[in-house]
Design a protein around this ligand. Sequence first.
Ligand code: ZN
Length: 278
Amino acid sequence: MLEKKIFILSVMFFMFLSSSLMLAQDKIEPSTRNMNHITWQEFQELVPGSIETVLLPVGSIEPHGVIPNGTDNLAPEAMAKDIANRLQALVAPTLNYGVTPSMAAFPGAVTISADAYLPFIKDVLRGLAANKFKNIIVLNGHGGNTALLQKAIPAVSLECRVRILVVNWWDLTLDITKEVFGENGGHAGNNETAYMQAVVPQHIHPERFDKDMALPNATGTSWFAAPVPASIGLYAKGEGYPTFDQKQADEYFRQVNDRVAELIEDIIRRWDKAKLYK
Ligand SMILES: [Zn+2]
């Protein structure tokens, strides 16, 4: 009798093992995670059967101290590329223009009006939802987009029954910034400069740096100016100047990306567990 039970149990265990192996085999590995490079046929084979998540970098083109004007695009784009495998995600084309009226006076900057940005970002999100992604992860590189993203996300999520997460990486990693640099960061400060130095070291220009480029952000409503007179905005007075240290840059890049990936994994796990829009 006992032998029979053991036999049945082992058969059941073997069936369970082979079915889970089959499930694992059913997932197709993409030839690329870049949505710009993928064909429609492969896309159809992958989404949503094998891939449920898309990473959408959004940014802006605006001045950043002595690092590229496109920092707010290049940073989340590099981040998406770096964490896409770990998250089994595709990477959508970056939204390279954003809302930056306060910085628009600087050479090379372009600002999009809120009236144009909001319906545009909503349509991009609707389009990704219509393509059957379950999880849309917006990797935002630019603070000026945040208020509009906060408007767009709940509305599109409800309308399309899709899960959307927005990550503002520089805010999520304030503690990592303090740990790596021993102080607070800033817009185009130590944190953003280091992140970019890890991505495009050839486009970082310490020889152009002058401390006068940096200004502590105004507290509360103490003052505001148009145009903003500095392209480096320090979170705290006397802290956050760029360090231009390659080793620190590479370490920061790694830690920031790990933190962002951890957050995304955790949020998706919670959505799954609660069976929201499953
Ligand atoms: Zn920036």
